[in-house]
Design a protein around this ligand. Structure first.
Ligand code: NAD
Ligand code: GLY
Length: 372
Protein backbone atom coordinates (compact mmCIF):
# COMPACT_ATOMS: atom_id res chain seq x y z
CA UNK A 1 0.00 0.00 0.00
CA UNK A 2 1.27 3.47 -0.81
CA UNK A 3 2.61 5.89 1.74
CA UNK A 4 0.62 9.11 1.87
CA UNK A 5 2.12 12.41 3.00
CA UNK A 6 -0.10 15.29 4.07
CA UNK A 7 1.17 18.66 5.26
CA UNK A 8 -0.11 20.69 8.14
CA UNK A 9 0.62 24.14 6.71
CA UNK A 10 1.54 26.50 9.53
CA UNK A 11 4.32 28.63 8.02
CA UNK A 12 7.61 27.95 9.80
CA UNK A 13 5.86 25.42 12.07
CA UNK A 14 4.58 23.33 9.11
CA UNK A 15 5.18 19.60 9.24
CA UNK A 16 4.48 16.39 7.36
CA UNK A 17 1.96 13.76 8.45
CA UNK A 18 3.13 10.47 6.94
CA UNK A 19 0.58 7.64 6.86
CA UNK A 20 1.24 4.08 5.69
CA UNK A 21 2.23 0.52 6.50
CA UNK A 22 5.65 -0.74 7.69
CA UNK A 23 6.79 2.76 8.62
CA UNK A 24 8.39 1.78 11.95
CA UNK A 25 10.96 -0.26 10.04
CA UNK A 26 11.95 2.88 8.12
CA UNK A 27 11.58 5.33 10.99
CA UNK A 28 15.23 6.47 10.83
CA UNK A 29 14.86 7.52 7.19
CA UNK A 30 11.74 9.59 7.92
CA UNK A 31 13.03 11.12 11.14
CA UNK A 32 16.57 12.02 10.07
CA UNK A 33 15.70 15.28 8.24
CA UNK A 34 14.00 16.58 11.41
CA UNK A 35 16.92 16.08 13.80
CA UNK A 36 19.34 18.78 14.89
CA UNK A 37 20.98 17.24 17.98
CA UNK A 38 22.72 14.02 18.92
CA UNK A 39 20.15 12.63 21.34
CA UNK A 40 16.71 11.07 20.99
CA UNK A 41 14.53 10.01 23.90
CA UNK A 42 11.50 7.84 23.15
CA UNK A 43 8.66 8.30 25.61
CA UNK A 44 6.25 5.38 25.58
CA UNK A 45 3.98 3.36 27.83
CA UNK A 46 4.71 -0.15 29.03
CA UNK A 47 2.07 -1.84 26.84
CA UNK A 48 3.23 -0.14 23.63
CA UNK A 49 6.90 -0.63 24.50
CA UNK A 50 6.39 -4.39 25.07
CA UNK A 51 4.70 -4.76 21.70
CA UNK A 52 6.52 -2.34 19.42
CA UNK A 53 9.62 -0.67 20.92
CA UNK A 54 11.99 -3.27 19.53
CA UNK A 55 10.66 -2.69 16.01
CA UNK A 56 11.03 1.08 16.39
CA UNK A 57 14.58 0.73 17.74
CA UNK A 58 15.45 -1.48 14.77
CA UNK A 59 13.99 1.14 12.43
CA UNK A 60 16.14 3.84 14.03
CA UNK A 61 19.35 1.79 13.87
CA UNK A 62 20.65 3.64 10.81
CA UNK A 63 20.71 7.01 12.63
CA UNK A 64 24.50 6.99 12.98
CA UNK A 65 26.01 8.90 15.86
CA UNK A 66 22.69 9.47 17.62
CA UNK A 67 22.23 8.21 21.20
CA UNK A 68 18.76 6.70 21.63
CA UNK A 69 17.25 6.36 25.05
CA UNK A 70 13.74 5.65 26.35
CA UNK A 71 11.46 6.46 29.27
CA UNK A 72 8.64 3.96 29.77
CA UNK A 73 5.55 5.11 31.67
CA UNK A 74 2.50 3.27 33.04
CA UNK A 75 -0.34 2.98 30.48
CA UNK A 76 -3.58 4.87 31.07
CA UNK A 77 -5.08 8.32 31.48
CA UNK A 78 -3.66 8.75 35.01
CA UNK A 79 -0.21 9.16 33.39
CA UNK A 80 -1.25 12.62 32.14
CA UNK A 81 -0.46 14.13 35.56
CA UNK A 82 1.81 16.69 37.17
CA UNK A 83 3.66 13.94 39.03
CA UNK A 84 4.54 11.99 35.90
CA UNK A 85 5.40 15.18 34.02
CA UNK A 86 7.78 16.23 36.79
CA UNK A 87 9.42 12.83 36.78
CA UNK A 88 9.89 12.84 32.98
CA UNK A 89 11.31 16.38 32.98
CA UNK A 90 13.64 15.46 35.87
CA UNK A 91 14.97 12.45 33.96
CA UNK A 92 15.53 14.53 30.81
CA UNK A 93 17.36 17.26 32.74
CA UNK A 94 19.57 14.63 34.37
CA UNK A 95 20.44 13.36 30.89
CA UNK A 96 21.29 17.01 30.01
CA UNK A 97 18.79 16.87 27.16
CA UNK A 98 19.15 20.02 25.04
CA UNK A 99 16.73 22.05 22.91
CA UNK A 100 18.10 20.49 19.71
CA UNK A 101 17.66 16.97 21.04
CA UNK A 102 14.43 15.23 20.12
CA UNK A 103 11.66 13.56 22.09
CA UNK A 104 9.61 10.90 20.33
CA UNK A 105 6.08 10.34 21.64
CA UNK A 106 5.50 6.64 20.88
CA UNK A 107 2.02 5.68 22.04
CA UNK A 108 -1.57 6.84 22.19
CA UNK A 109 -2.98 10.24 23.03
CA UNK A 110 -1.88 10.00 26.66
CA UNK A 111 1.78 9.66 25.71
CA UNK A 112 1.44 12.21 22.88
CA UNK A 113 -0.18 14.87 25.07
CA UNK A 114 2.26 14.38 27.96
CA UNK A 115 5.37 14.25 25.76
CA UNK A 116 4.27 17.28 23.74
CA UNK A 117 3.74 19.26 26.93
CA UNK A 118 7.11 18.17 28.32
CA UNK A 119 8.77 19.15 25.00
CA UNK A 120 7.09 22.56 25.09
CA UNK A 121 8.48 23.48 28.51
CA UNK A 122 11.83 21.65 28.66
CA UNK A 123 14.38 24.47 28.43
CA UNK A 124 11.51 26.51 26.89
CA UNK A 125 11.05 24.03 24.09
CA UNK A 126 12.86 21.07 22.52
CA UNK A 127 12.09 19.17 19.34
CA UNK A 128 9.50 16.44 19.30
CA UNK A 129 8.03 13.91 16.92
CA UNK A 130 4.76 12.01 17.18
CA UNK A 131 4.63 8.29 16.36
CA UNK A 132 0.99 7.57 17.28
CA UNK A 133 0.01 3.96 17.98
CA UNK A 134 -3.76 4.16 18.63
CA UNK A 135 -6.50 4.92 16.11
CA UNK A 136 -7.48 7.91 18.24
CA UNK A 137 -3.95 9.30 18.17
CA UNK A 138 -3.48 8.65 14.42
CA UNK A 139 -6.70 10.48 13.48
CA UNK A 140 -6.65 13.22 16.07
CA UNK A 141 -4.37 13.73 19.04
CA UNK A 142 -1.00 13.45 17.27
CA UNK A 143 -1.97 16.18 14.81
CA UNK A 144 -2.49 19.84 15.59
CA UNK A 145 -0.17 20.59 18.51
CA UNK A 146 -2.50 20.51 21.51
CA UNK A 147 -0.64 19.17 24.54
CA UNK A 148 -1.98 18.75 28.07
CA UNK A 149 -2.18 17.04 31.43
CA UNK A 150 -5.26 16.53 33.62
CA UNK A 151 -5.96 17.91 37.11
CA UNK A 152 -8.63 17.11 39.71
CA UNK A 153 -10.65 20.10 38.50
CA UNK A 154 -10.93 18.72 35.00
CA UNK A 155 -9.34 17.32 31.91
CA UNK A 156 -6.60 18.92 29.81
CA UNK A 157 -6.77 22.16 31.82
CA UNK A 158 -2.97 22.61 31.91
CA UNK A 159 -1.19 22.52 28.57
CA UNK A 160 0.18 24.36 25.58
CA UNK A 161 -0.01 24.61 21.82
CA UNK A 162 3.24 23.10 20.58
CA UNK A 163 3.63 21.51 17.16
CA UNK A 164 5.66 18.37 16.47
CA UNK A 165 8.26 18.31 13.68
CA UNK A 166 6.72 15.19 12.13
CA UNK A 167 3.81 12.79 12.59
CA UNK A 168 4.59 9.22 11.50
CA UNK A 169 1.48 7.03 11.53
CA UNK A 170 2.23 3.35 10.85
CA UNK A 171 -1.18 1.73 10.44
CA UNK A 172 0.29 -1.75 11.04
CA UNK A 173 0.71 -1.03 14.76
CA UNK A 174 -3.08 -0.77 15.09
CA UNK A 175 -3.21 -4.55 14.57
CA UNK A 176 -2.37 -5.10 18.25
CA UNK A 177 -4.92 -2.59 19.56
CA UNK A 178 -7.74 -4.12 21.64
CA UNK A 179 -11.19 -3.78 20.01
CA UNK A 180 -12.36 -1.58 22.88
CA UNK A 181 -9.58 0.91 22.03
CA UNK A 182 -10.37 0.74 18.29
CA UNK A 183 -14.01 1.57 19.03
CA UNK A 184 -12.95 4.40 21.33
CA UNK A 185 -10.75 5.84 18.55
CA UNK A 186 -13.58 5.41 16.08
CA UNK A 187 -15.51 8.07 18.03
CA UNK A 188 -12.99 10.67 16.85
CA UNK A 189 -13.18 9.38 13.24
CA UNK A 190 -16.96 9.72 13.28
CA UNK A 191 -16.54 13.26 14.64
CA UNK A 192 -15.16 14.52 11.30
CA UNK A 193 -18.24 13.29 9.45
CA UNK A 194 -20.52 14.87 12.01
CA UNK A 195 -18.72 18.25 12.00
CA UNK A 196 -18.75 19.08 8.29
CA UNK A 197 -18.46 16.01 6.07
CA UNK A 198 -21.80 14.24 5.53
CA UNK A 199 -20.30 12.19 2.66
CA UNK A 200 -17.68 10.75 5.01
CA UNK A 201 -20.45 10.00 7.51
CA UNK A 202 -22.28 8.21 4.65
CA UNK A 203 -19.16 6.12 3.87
CA UNK A 204 -18.80 5.22 7.55
CA UNK A 205 -22.43 4.12 7.80
CA UNK A 206 -22.28 2.12 4.55
CA UNK A 207 -19.84 -0.42 5.97
CA UNK A 208 -16.77 1.83 6.37
CA UNK A 209 -17.25 1.76 10.14
CA UNK A 210 -17.39 -2.04 10.32
CA UNK A 211 -14.25 -2.30 8.17
CA UNK A 212 -12.38 0.11 10.44
CA UNK A 213 -13.33 -1.84 13.57
CA UNK A 214 -12.21 -5.02 11.77
CA UNK A 215 -8.85 -3.30 11.10
CA UNK A 216 -9.18 -3.56 7.31
CA UNK A 217 -5.94 -1.87 6.06
CA UNK A 218 -7.55 -0.02 3.12
CA UNK A 219 -10.43 1.30 5.21
CA UNK A 220 -8.05 2.33 7.99
CA UNK A 221 -5.78 4.18 5.56
CA UNK A 222 -8.75 5.99 4.00
CA UNK A 223 -10.23 6.94 7.37
CA UNK A 224 -6.89 8.13 8.80
CA UNK A 225 -6.06 10.18 5.70
CA UNK A 226 -9.54 11.73 5.57
CA UNK A 227 -9.47 12.52 9.29
CA UNK A 228 -5.95 14.01 9.25
CA UNK A 229 -6.76 16.07 6.14
CA UNK A 230 -9.92 17.40 7.81
CA UNK A 231 -8.07 18.24 11.01
CA UNK A 232 -5.14 19.83 9.14
CA UNK A 233 -7.54 22.03 7.15
CA UNK A 234 -9.14 23.34 10.35
CA UNK A 235 -5.92 23.77 12.36
CA UNK A 236 -4.30 25.59 9.45
CA UNK A 237 -7.02 28.25 9.69
CA UNK A 238 -7.06 28.52 13.47
CA UNK A 239 -4.03 27.01 15.20
CA UNK A 240 -4.81 28.39 18.67
CA UNK A 241 -8.56 27.87 18.72
CA UNK A 242 -9.85 31.40 18.47
CA UNK A 243 -12.72 30.25 16.25
CA UNK A 244 -13.27 27.35 13.86
CA UNK A 245 -10.93 24.91 15.68
CA UNK A 246 -13.47 24.75 18.52
CA UNK A 247 -15.61 22.58 16.18
CA UNK A 248 -13.11 19.76 16.74
CA UNK A 249 -14.47 19.63 20.27
CA UNK A 250 -17.90 18.38 19.18
CA UNK A 251 -19.26 16.31 22.07
CA UNK A 252 -16.15 17.00 24.16
CA UNK A 253 -17.69 19.28 26.83
CA UNK A 254 -20.16 16.52 27.74
CA UNK A 255 -17.36 13.95 27.35
CA UNK A 256 -14.88 15.74 29.60
CA UNK A 257 -17.55 16.07 32.30
CA UNK A 258 -18.31 12.33 32.11
CA UNK A 259 -14.60 11.50 32.23
CA UNK A 260 -13.99 13.76 35.21
CA UNK A 261 -17.03 12.21 36.93
CA UNK A 262 -15.75 8.69 36.20
CA UNK A 263 -12.24 9.55 37.43
CA UNK A 264 -9.35 8.80 35.11
CA UNK A 265 -8.93 5.19 36.11
CA UNK A 266 -9.93 3.45 32.84
CA UNK A 267 -13.62 2.76 33.51
CA UNK A 268 -14.51 5.27 30.80
CA UNK A 269 -12.01 5.83 27.97
CA UNK A 270 -11.69 9.27 26.39
CA UNK A 271 -12.93 8.07 23.00
CA UNK A 272 -15.89 6.32 24.65
CA UNK A 273 -16.81 9.53 26.43
CA UNK A 274 -16.51 11.43 23.12
CA UNK A 275 -18.80 8.94 21.40
CA UNK A 276 -21.41 9.37 24.16
CA UNK A 277 -20.85 13.15 24.26
CA UNK A 278 -21.43 13.59 20.51
CA UNK A 279 -24.81 11.88 20.69
CA UNK A 280 -25.62 14.04 23.73
CA UNK A 281 -24.69 17.19 21.76
CA UNK A 282 -27.01 16.04 18.94
CA UNK A 283 -29.83 15.16 21.34
CA UNK A 284 -29.49 18.47 23.16
CA UNK A 285 -29.46 20.31 19.80
CA UNK A 286 -32.61 18.47 18.80
CA UNK A 287 -34.29 19.25 22.14
CA UNK A 288 -33.61 22.92 21.46
CA UNK A 289 -35.26 22.60 18.03
CA UNK A 290 -31.95 23.11 16.23
CA UNK A 291 -31.38 19.64 14.74
CA UNK A 292 -33.83 17.32 12.96
CA UNK A 293 -34.63 14.30 15.20
CA UNK A 294 -34.00 12.02 12.17
CA UNK A 295 -30.31 13.02 12.22
CA UNK A 296 -30.06 12.16 15.91
CA UNK A 297 -31.58 8.77 15.08
CA UNK A 298 -29.15 8.16 12.18
CA UNK A 299 -26.29 8.76 14.57
CA UNK A 300 -27.77 6.63 17.34
CA UNK A 301 -28.49 3.72 14.96
CA UNK A 302 -24.93 3.83 13.60
CA UNK A 303 -23.38 3.94 17.07
CA UNK A 304 -25.59 1.09 18.31
CA UNK A 305 -24.82 -1.03 15.24
CA UNK A 306 -21.08 -0.75 15.90
CA UNK A 307 -21.48 -1.21 19.65
CA UNK A 308 -20.12 2.25 20.45
CA UNK A 309 -20.53 3.94 23.78
CA UNK A 310 -23.60 6.17 24.27
CA UNK A 311 -25.15 7.77 27.34
CA UNK A 312 -27.75 4.96 27.24
CA UNK A 313 -25.18 2.23 27.84
CA UNK A 314 -23.02 4.16 30.34
CA UNK A 315 -23.22 3.46 34.07
CA UNK A 316 -26.22 5.28 35.56
CA UNK A 317 -24.03 6.47 38.43
CA UNK A 318 -22.32 8.94 36.08
CA UNK A 319 -25.62 10.79 35.70
CA UNK A 320 -26.64 10.48 39.35
CA UNK A 321 -25.93 14.13 40.11
CA UNK A 322 -26.59 16.36 37.06
CA UNK A 323 -25.33 19.44 38.94
CA UNK A 324 -21.92 17.81 39.37
CA UNK A 325 -21.78 17.12 35.62
CA UNK A 326 -22.81 20.69 34.87
CA UNK A 327 -20.07 21.89 37.23
CA UNK A 328 -17.47 19.96 35.23
CA UNK A 329 -18.94 21.34 32.00
CA UNK A 330 -18.65 24.86 33.42
CA UNK A 331 -14.90 24.29 34.00
CA UNK A 332 -14.32 23.65 30.26
CA UNK A 333 -11.61 25.65 28.49
CA UNK A 334 -13.97 26.91 25.78
CA UNK A 335 -15.99 28.87 28.32
CA UNK A 336 -15.48 32.59 28.73
CA UNK A 337 -16.73 35.05 31.36
CA UNK A 338 -18.75 32.36 33.13
CA UNK A 339 -20.65 31.62 29.92
CA UNK A 340 -20.97 28.05 28.72
CA UNK A 341 -19.93 27.67 25.08
CA UNK A 342 -20.81 24.38 23.38
CA UNK A 343 -20.49 22.78 19.97
CA UNK A 344 -24.00 21.97 18.78
CA UNK A 345 -25.36 20.72 15.44
CA UNK A 346 -28.03 21.71 12.96
CA UNK A 347 -27.74 18.23 11.45
CA UNK A 348 -25.15 15.71 10.35
CA UNK A 349 -22.19 17.65 8.96
CA UNK A 350 -23.53 20.93 10.34
CA UNK A 351 -21.78 21.54 13.66
CA UNK A 352 -21.49 25.09 15.02
CA UNK A 353 -20.19 26.91 18.07
CA UNK A 354 -23.04 28.08 20.32
CA UNK A 355 -21.99 30.80 22.74
CA UNK A 356 -23.58 31.34 26.13
CA UNK A 357 -25.82 28.27 26.17
CA UNK A 358 -28.48 28.46 28.89
CA UNK A 359 -27.17 26.41 31.84
CA UNK A 360 -30.71 25.67 33.06
CA UNK A 361 -31.50 24.03 29.72
CA UNK A 362 -28.40 21.87 30.01
CA UNK A 363 -29.27 20.97 33.58
CA UNK A 364 -32.76 19.98 32.51
CA UNK A 365 -31.30 17.82 29.68
CA UNK A 366 -28.85 16.16 32.11
CA UNK A 367 -31.70 15.55 34.54
CA UNK A 368 -33.63 13.79 31.74
CA UNK A 369 -30.59 11.58 31.19
CA UNK A 370 -30.56 10.73 34.89
CA UNK A 371 -34.20 9.78 34.77
CA UNK A 372 -33.53 7.70 31.64
P1 NAD B 1 -4.05 5.94 25.45
O1 NAD B 1 -2.88 6.73 25.06
O2 NAD B 1 -4.32 5.73 26.90
O3 NAD B 1 -3.96 4.53 24.73
C1 NAD B 1 -4.97 3.60 24.97
C2 NAD B 1 -4.45 2.25 25.46
O4 NAD B 1 -3.99 1.52 24.33
C3 NAD B 1 -3.30 2.31 26.44
O5 NAD B 1 -3.51 1.34 27.43
C4 NAD B 1 -2.09 1.91 25.61
O6 NAD B 1 -1.12 1.24 26.36
C5 NAD B 1 -2.69 1.00 24.58
N1 NAD B 1 -2.03 0.99 23.28
C6 NAD B 1 -1.59 2.04 22.59
N2 NAD B 1 -1.17 1.66 21.38
C7 NAD B 1 -1.33 0.33 21.32
C8 NAD B 1 -1.10 -0.64 20.32
N3 NAD B 1 -0.66 -0.32 19.10
N4 NAD B 1 -1.38 -1.93 20.61
C9 NAD B 1 -1.87 -2.29 21.83
N5 NAD B 1 -2.14 -1.42 22.80
C10 NAD B 1 -1.87 -0.11 22.54
O7 NAD B 1 -5.40 6.55 24.87
P2 NAD B 1 -5.82 7.22 23.49
O8 NAD B 1 -7.22 6.85 23.28
O9 NAD B 1 -4.85 6.97 22.42
O10 NAD B 1 -5.72 8.78 23.82
C11 NAD B 1 -6.59 9.40 24.73
C12 NAD B 1 -5.98 10.70 25.16
O11 NAD B 1 -5.82 11.56 24.04
C13 NAD B 1 -6.83 11.47 26.15
O12 NAD B 1 -6.03 11.90 27.22
C14 NAD B 1 -7.31 12.68 25.36
O13 NAD B 1 -7.53 13.81 26.17
C15 NAD B 1 -6.20 12.87 24.40
N6 NAD B 1 -6.58 13.58 23.17
C16 NAD B 1 -5.82 14.64 22.79
C17 NAD B 1 -6.11 15.32 21.63
C18 NAD B 1 -5.24 16.43 21.18
O14 NAD B 1 -5.59 17.13 20.23
N7 NAD B 1 -4.08 16.62 21.79
C19 NAD B 1 -7.20 14.93 20.84
C20 NAD B 1 -7.96 13.83 21.25
C21 NAD B 1 -7.65 13.17 22.42
N1 GLY C 1 -9.02 17.45 19.52
C1 GLY C 1 -9.37 18.84 19.42
C2 GLY C 1 -8.33 19.67 18.78
O1 GLY C 1 -7.24 19.22 18.45
O2 GLY C 1 -8.54 20.83 18.60
Amino acid sequence: MTVKTLTLALGERSYPIIIGQSLLAQAGKYIKPHLAGKRICIISDAAVADLHLQALMAGLADLDGCAIDSIILPPGEATKSFDVLEDVLGQLLEKNFSRNDCLIAFGGGVIGDLTGFAASILKRGCRFIQIPTTLLAQVDSAVGGKTAINTKVGKNLIGSFYQPKLVLADTDVLGTLPVRELKAGYGEVLKYGLINDPEFFGWLTQNGGEKIIACDPKALAYAIETSCAAKAAIVKQDEREHGVRALLNLGHTFAHALEARAGYGGTLLHGEAVSAGMLMAFEFSSDQGLCPPEDVERLRVHQDKLGLCTADNLAAILFEDPKVLLGFMAADKKNTNDQLNLILARGIGKAFLADNVDKDKILSYLTQKKEG
